[in-house]
Ligand binder design. Structure first.
Ligand code: GDP
Ligand code: MG
Length: 296
């Protein structure tokens, strides 16, 4: 059989479960998943091979409606991701929709599928938490708003129904040579993924106190002769006060964040990791061009 290879964009309002679905499709943890919105700032690509088909996923940032440069860039990133893809999957949080009805963003996105010239599917996510009759009504509404889109449902968290969605994706991928080696998980340099790991630990530790303007930049990646790797990263914040929050008393908090990031990284990379974290105050970094999301 001929080889197939193509791009699938996962789009949807923040918190609908895009990163969770990506991880489920990949069968591994790649994009960071947290209960907070706006955690996915860069388009993270993952890829898997299913039989003859290489699927390349784009987990796009959520879609926002503010004027700020950074948010605007995230919106553009979401749509540009979908434009380049061979197929698009729009995620809807069916739990939220069953309680409050479809949100404005959901509706706009559903309607926008009509304009797409590429195959589109709707994935009603989080059905593990939703009653059958509520789902039935939601399916009907989503079908009406989206026109021709194929509708699937299930739970990305529980890996329920995802295989059906995958089959749909494969059926819409073009024939062609694979773009990446079979064993490659992501085309993002590993150092970016390592920075994501640290960012996830910061989120988990700081929760509500997490400074909004925060970014983890990979700085150095040094392979050591003994097989270990030395990684340094810079945690960038907007304000001096945020730096203090991250450091904690006598730097204890940063130390603990570093320890847990180092443990995760060492597991992921399957070798010893020396991790060095620095906190740097860069006022207004969010509006600087060079820090806009990847791919913009
Ligand atoms: P994203 O912002 O669209 O990337 O959303 P995330 O993947 O980060 O998920 C947001 C939240 O929804 C997290 O707390 C996930 O655990 C949760 N979530 C995602 N998928 C499901 C699902 O299928 N069922 C349930 N119950 N929760 C889910
Ligand atoms: Mg996400």
């Amino acid at each position: 059989m001929a080889k197939q290879c193509g791009f699938v964009a996962l789009i949807g309002a923040p918190n609908t479960g895009k990163s969770t679905l990506l991880n489920c499709l990949m069968g591994t943890k790649l994009a960071i998943v947290t209960p907070k919105v706006q955690t996915t700032r860069d388009i993270i690509r993952g890829m898997t091979v299913e039989g003859n088909c290489q699927l390349i996923y784009m987990d796009t940032p959520g879609i926002f409606q503010t004027e700020q440069t950074f948010e605007k860039a995230m919106v553009d990133a979401a749509w540009s991701g979908a434009r380049d893809a061979d197929a698009t999957v729009l995620l809807i949080d069916s739990l939220k929709a069953s309680l409050k009805g479809l949100g404005e963003q959901d509706k706009k996105l559903l309607q926008s599928l009509k304009d797409s010239k590429k195959p589109c599917a709707v994935w009603l996510n989080k059905t593990d938490k939703v009653k059958k009759d509520a789902l039935f009504a939601l399916t009907k509404e989503a079908a009406e708003l989206s026109g021709e889109a194929d509708i699937f449902m299930g739970s990305a968290l529980k890996n329920d129904g995802v295989d059906e969605l995958k089959k749909w994706m494969i059926s819409h991928m073009p024939e062609g040579e694979w773009m990446f080696p079979e064993d490659q998980m992501s085309d993002l340099p590993m150092r970016f993924i390592a920075a994501e790991v640290t960012r996830e630990k910061l989120f988990l530790r700081l929760r509500q106190e997490l400074p909004y303007g925060l970014r983890v930049e990979p700085e150095q990646w040094e392979e050591k002769a003994d097989g270990s790797v030395k990684i340094s990263q810079i945690i960038m914040v907007d304000r001096e006060a945020h730096k203090k929050m991250i450091l904690g008393k006598q730097g204890q908090q940063l130390k603990e964040i570093g320890q847990s990031a180092r443990m995760s990284l060492s597991k992921m990379l399957d070798r010893k990791v020396h991790l060095f974290l620095f906190v740097k105050v860069v006022p207004g970094w969010k509006d600087k061009k060079e820090f806009l999301p990847l791919g913009v």
